[in-house]
Design a protein around this ligand. Sequence first.
Ligand code: 5GP
Length: 180
Amino acid sequence: MAHLVVLSGPSGVGKSAIISEILNELPDTWLSVSATTRTPRPGEVDGVNYFFRSQQEFDDLITHGELLEWAQFAGNRYGTPRRAVQERLDAGIPVLLEIEVQGAMQVRAAMPEAILVFLKPPSWEELESRLVGRGTETPEQVAIRLETARSELESVDFFDHVVVNDDVSRAALELVSYLS
Ligand code: 5GP
């Protein structure tokens, strides 16, 4: 059975950089593309970064049971298309999900064999400065994401592994070991 690894962690912790390294290291790993009601950021492409969906379209995905998990995060909804994940796992391809904590908990319930990894910032100050520094959110949105981060950091005990993102390459290697 191929591995299903779920990577969670507060917004701004550096999940994307680590995922790039993992995919370089393990090119056969499949990174799931989520559906979201969030507006695309500049440069984000529909079907690549996310499937950008209207509220109605997202409602339909839920109603038709097409999502493995979904959650509300900072005012938007996000969910993992079920079939694409199952097809990869059935074909023996390792799957990586990059989702927030409530979604990780739903994956645990639906697929108990999933490996849940929480990526932690080296410090709270570091997280704040990364989230503000990347400049992709308004100050109001940053405040909401930091508030969410505080409660997410309280959920670490739920995870199988906690990885501190003090060094991207080292943290990525730790994740590679869970996928292979
Ligand atoms: P962003 O808006 O920064 O792209 O993502 C916000 C949060 O939503 C991140 O913590 C990200 O991991 C999470 N997220 C992305 N896709 C999904 C998904 O399919 N399900 C859940 N539960 N969370 C997701």
